[in-house]
Design a protein around this ligand. Structure first.
Ligand SMILES: Nc1ncnc2c1ncn2[C@@H]1O[C@H](COP(=O)(O)OP(=O)(O)O)[C@@H](O)[C@H]1O
Ligand SMILES: [Mg+2]
Length: 327
């Protein structure tokens, strides 16, 4: 989404007490160059908040550059961040500017910063302190004027305790800490978000869909594990699909059964729960990486730092399969 779209769409940042608190932090830090760390589950609106800060700052006429730290293979990260000179490595046919240089005078948004490998965390810390760096294969230093906003949906303190995230970088990033609660903890926003989205999708798809009061009520009941992003998808489907409302009913029913069976189930041992959660997390990560590298298993194995054979075993164990077009 471009900044223009965002300006037109006016994200809702005052629909609940929690978001009003965030809105006031945004307003008070926008015009400073303070580094901001935004945390929250996937889909809660971290990108939206980062862009809002940029647009409200004096940097608004300069670039807003988003870098998804988790989506870039480790070997390419440094060059992606800081650029490279021609001939810096095989395949570097010409000089390429990195995202830090492209963000000059604007804002750089480091998404999923918790996924940065340790070696790059050290480099990033230096750049944040000095606002100067060297392109890969370059000699001179490049100075940049950037404001840094970082985001993560992970637990940086946990990662720090395990030695996976540098403490010094953590303190450098965590100057202003914004925690965005999941949508299920700010349900009072749902009716307004939903009706705004309904109007937007009706315009976009030239429909005149209305929602029954029952559906409206259920929107607030549902647990929204995918947060505002999921709400947006559901609203889009409600507008576009003839059976959108039934599809949503099914989702809600499943959600309810999930909760019901969880509370009815005989007490699991803590170990069972932990084992299952770890397995789920592993499956999700493997799946994500495979998607990112278009099911190039060798690359995925490198990325995950496991042997090719281990990866194949894990794929079998979790019954993962490529989407049909990637086979
Ligand atoms: N407060 C909000 N008002 C309107 N739309 C929102 C709001 N928060 C999130 N969204 C929408 O939900 C989707 C997910 O938001 P995003 O900022 O990408 O979440 P995150 O970065 O936390 O995963 C986006 O399409 C965004 O436009
Ligand atoms: Mg995001």
């Amino acid at each position: 989404m471009s900044i223009v779209d965002l300006a037109l769409q006016e994200p809702l940042l005052d629909g609940s007490r929690e978001m009003r608190a965030i809105q006031s932090v945004v307003a008070s830090v926008a015009d400073t160059d303070a580094t901001v760390l935004i945390r929250g589950e996937s889909g809660v609106g971290k990108d939206v908040i980062a862009r809002t800060i940029h647009v409200a700052s004096a940097r608004r006429d300069h670039p807003f550059v988003k870098v998804n730290c988790a989506a870039i293979p480790t070997g390419l990260l440094e060059s992606e961040f800081f650029g490279h000179e021609r001939g810096a490595f095989t395949g570097a046919h010409r000089r390429k500017l990195g995202q830090f240089e492209l963000a000059h005078r604007g804002t750089i948004y480091l998404d999923e910063v918790g996924d940065l490998p340790l070696a790059l965390q050290a480099k990033l810390l230096h750049v944040l302190q000095d606002l100067r760096f060297c392109r890969v294969g370059g000699h001179g230093m490049v100075d940049v004027d950037v404001r840094v906003i970082a985001a993560t949906n992970g637990n940086l303190e946990g990662a720090m305790a395990q030695g996976q995230f540098r403490q010094d970088l953590y303190y450098r990033l965590n100057v202003v800490d914004i925690r965005v609660p999941p949508l299920r903890e700010r349900t009072e926003e749902i009716p307004l978000l939903a009706s705004t989205m309904l109007a937007r999708f009706n315009r976009q798809y030239r429909r005149a869909k209305e929602l029954s009061p029952e559906t409206m009520a259920r929107l607030t009941d549902y647990s929204w594990p995918g947060n505002v992003r999921e709400l947006e998808n559901v609203m889009r489907r409600l507008v576009v699909l003839a059976d959108g409302e039934q599809a949503f009913e099914a989702l809600v029913a499943q959600d309810r059964n999930g909760h019901a069976s969880a509370s009815r189930a005989p007490a699991d041992t803590l170990k069972d729960v932990a084992r299952r959660a770890a397995g789920d997390a592993e499956r999700r990560i493997i799946e994500e990486v495979l998607e990112r590298v278009h099911w190039n298993r060798a690359e995925a194995a490198r990325f995950l730092k496991v042997s090719y054979k281990t990866l194949l075993n894990k794929i079998a164990e979790h019954r993962l399969a490529p989407p049909s077009h990637a086979r």
